[in-house]
Design a protein around this ligand. Structure first.
Ligand SMILES: *[C@@H]1O[C@H](CO)[C@@H](O)[C@H](O)[C@H]1NC(C)=O
Ligand SMILES: *[C@@H]1O[C@H](CO)[C@@H](O)[C@H](O)[C@H]1NC(C)=O
Ligand SMILES: *[C@@H]1O[C@H](CO)[C@@H](O)[C@H](O)[C@H]1NC(C)=O
Ligand SMILES: *[C@@H]1O[C@H](CO)[C@@H](O)[C@H](O)[C@H]1NC(C)=O
Length: 669
């Protein structure tokens, strides 16, 4: 038999015994808001001392009553009475009494719910539902269940949903000294909630102490804000001071790593490992935030194997996201893309920048130049020329044989006919000229065709020799998929590929190799084995700085990129910092500072490589260069081919001639 059911039975009995309840508004069942939860409602055992009893009250009860008055006073001064108010009260006579008093004091206001502080209610999502403004008054005597819940129901223990409302105002009434304010303030969820007040009646029953917790540093003890005595607050402090608008120099840890141009480390000249400064938009943002909110930055270095981080097979997160998720760092800043997968581990600030994800692939290679003599004509032109030559020789020989007039003796040789044809096609001056009209007309036409062919070939050959021909560059994702290049990049991209609506990009999921150091990967791209994916500016800066020689880059960013990502800071899940950082970030973006910083760091980076670049610029330009042997090698190959052909025919002739002379001498004998 559950307690809840017993309560409900009791309520029904009460309603029948006192029909007046049906007429007068019942403070406990004040359903003004539609969203008031249907659940275990508290009702009060009739045996409790009521407000009207005249018997002298002991100090515990007096203290509890003062706490109620202090609470209603706070709610009224902070204008919280119109909020959605939830009173959670423990199943203890004293707590129930306080809940009763609170209900009667508040019943003139908007709807509120009174629920018992037990596991069933705490584990219910509707208890923690968020509206524009929520207030929880938690009445605690032993506090066991509440402590357990507040310390364990967060995203580290259940990734689906933390059963807590981090944006609500909390008023904790600690009625007896089982739990101390300092224990309460350190509970996980309370340490992430900005608006928490702890009320503790003093033993003398006269005053109520008002404690406020400190979020940063998390180890700080709660501070005594005020005390309630003889129906008044003594100091008149603000009840919910906005402690995150000024962190008073508290240390916040920022996880980051060198990743130009977002984060550029400046190293000491003597000691390479010593970092003397950090530049880049992300660092400027963090530094400006530290000035605006008055906190001190401590850097947590992320290893270059892990970068933004990924999940190990055993579920541990590493890298920048891991540092923030495991609460080693408060802020992660290094070109963090705002996307859904890592959002389970971290929260994001407002975006301040945007970027593409792009591939970098090997630059197009110069084509092998032995082919260059063949480039001026397309293959079908070459075939036509070949056919012309093949038929031309035979036709000439047949014409000469059939013609009536006498031609020079040479024309009766087929091989001479071919040579003559080749000569006329390549406009060589020929000593012999045909005599008969038919052959003359034929050859005249041949010479005309030869003139056009050679002129066209010569002109085009000059054009092809003076530019270096390149292989087809990788311009699209489709070409990349066909290119046979291996793909490398951070593990993050696997999730992005998998979520893509483009089937080509989705097919990259299984091809992406993630276990490779980025620096080594660039060299593999240069060697022509890999294509690497990273954010566009990083690629452009790296290509410009490390892979550009003589004005020509050896690797090249593929023009077709993944869609744009927003960039923000990574914050701990439900971090109270978010609501304070976001307005500052938005102001920085709207003020144009982000664009300015971006330009500055790019200029700085360019100046680093300026010395090497000027000498390169001098070397390039559109100066006419002499043709290199490399460009002309095809011609020499043809010569060598000619020598070899001639040598082959010579040896053939020699063999045939010696046979001929042998047979002749044989004949003589
Ligand atoms: C005051 O009364 C409550 C309930 O009537 C009792 O539990 C408590 O022990 C009393 N406290 C003192 C100090 O007498
Ligand atoms: C809250 O949880 C932390 C660790 O999760 C633990 O160290 C601490 O003792 C807990 N506090 C209480 C009051 O249970
Ligand atoms: C920032 O914090 C330091 C250290 O507590 C304090 O001295 C300083 O006055 C604060 N600055 C501002 C502008 O509040
Ligand atoms: C997961 O594995 C890593 C290294 O393989 C280890 O450092 C870490 O402690 C492991 N985490 C858990 C929860 O077992």
């Amino acid at each position: 038999m559950t307690v809840g059911l017993m309560m409900r039975v009791l309520v029904v009995v009460l309603w029948q015994v006192y029909p007046a309840y049906l007429v007068s508004p019942n403070p406990l069942y004040h359903h003004q808001h539609q969203h008031v939860t249907q659940g275990v409602m508290m009702s009060l055992p009739p045996s409790l001392p009521s407000t009207t009893t005249t018997e002298p009250l002991n100090t515990t009860i007096k203290g509890a009553r003062s706490a109620v008055k202090a609470t209603t006073n706070i709610l009224a001064t902070e204008h919280l009475t119109d909020c959605h108010l939830t009173i959670l009260t423990e199943q203890h006579p004293l707590a129930t009494l306080v809940a009763w008093d609170l209900s009667s004091a508040l019943h003139a206001h908007q709807g509120f719910t009174v629920q018992s502080l037990d596991e069933e209610v705490l584990e219910r999502e509707s208890t923690w539902r968020r509206s524009v403004c929520d207030v929880y008054v938690i009445v605690v005597v032993t506090g066991t269940e509440f402590v357990q819940h507040a310390n364990h129901s967060h995203y580290h223990t259940s990734l689906t949903h933390a059963l807590w409302n981090y944006h609500a105002h909390y008023l904790l009434l600690l009625l007896e000294a089982y739990v101390e304010p300092s224990d309460m303030a350190r509970l996980y969820n309370l340490a992430k909630t900005e608006s928490v007040l702890i009320l503790q009646p003093h033993k003398d029953g006269q005053q109520v102490l008002l404690w406020s917790h400190t979020l940063y540093p998390p180890t700080a003890a709660p501070t005594l804000l005020d005390s309630w005595r003889s129906d008044n607050f003594q100091r008149g402090n603000k009840f919910f001071p906005s402690q995150l608008d000024n962190l008073h120099g508290a240390v916040l840890t920022v996880a980051t790593f060198h990743h130009p141009p977002s984060v550029v480390y400046i190293h000491d000249d003597q000691h390479e490992e010593l970092v003397t400064g950090r530049l880049g938009v992300d660092m400027q943002i963090v530094q400006t935030l530290s000035q605006a909110l008055n906190f001190t930055i401590e850097f947590a270095e992320v290893s270059h194997d892990e970068l933004w981080g990924y999940e190990l097979p055993n579920g541990t997160w590493v890298g920048l996201v891991g540092k923030v998720y495991n609460e080693v760092a408060d802020i992660g800043a290094c070109n963090v893309f705002l996307e859904m997968h890592r959002w389970k581990q971290v929260d994001y600030s407002a975006p301040y920048n945007f970027e593409h994800g792009c591939f970098v692939a090997p630059s197009p290679k110069p084509l092998l130049n032995w082919q260059s003599p063949a480039f001026p004509f397309s293959w079908d032109t070459w075939v036509s020329v070949g056919v012309c030559l093949l038929l031309g020789g035979v036709i000439l020989r047949v014409l000469v044989a059939l013609s009536c007039g006498a031609e020079p003796r040479e024309f009766t040789s087929l091989s001479y006919s071919y040579l003559y044809m080749l000569g006329s096609l390549s406009t060589q001056p020929m000593e012999l000229a045909p005599r008969t009209l038919s052959v003359r007309v034929y050859m005249g036409m041949m010479w005309l065709a030869g003139l056009i062919l050679t002129t066209a070939y010569a002109a085009n050959l000059v054009a092809f020799l003076s530019v270096t021909l390149m292989s087809q560059p990788v311009d699209t994702m489709q070409q990349l998929a066909m290119s046979g290049l291996q793909l490398g990049g951070h593990a993050f991209w696997t999730t992005q590929f998998a979520a893509s609506i483009d089937s080509t990009v989705r097919s990259f999921v299984n091809r992406l190799e993630t276990e490779i150091d980025l620096n080594a990967l660039f060299d593999l791209v240069e060697d022509g084995h890999f294509a690497l994916i990273e954010n566009e500016q990083y690629l452009e800066v790296t290509v410009g700085a490390r892979y550009t020689q003589g004005g020509r880059a050896t690797i090249r960013v593929v023009p077709e990129c993944l869609p744009t990502y927003s960039i923000g800071l990574a914050l701990q899940k439900n971090s109270p910092l978010k609501t304070h950082l976001d307005p500052v970030i938005l102001r920085l973006v709207e003020g144009g500072l982000v664009l300015k910083w971006r330009g500055e760091v790019l200029d700085y980076f360019k100046s680093l490589y300026a010395g090497t670049r000027t000498s390169r610029v001098a070397n390039e330009g559109f100066v006419t260069r002499p043709l290199t042997l490399n460009q002309l090698q095809g011609v020499f190959y043809m010569l060598v081919l000619g020598y070899l052909g001639a040598a082959a025919f010579l040896s053939l002739e020699l063999v045939l001639y010696s046979r001929h002379t042998n047979s002749l001498s044989h004949h003589v004998h």
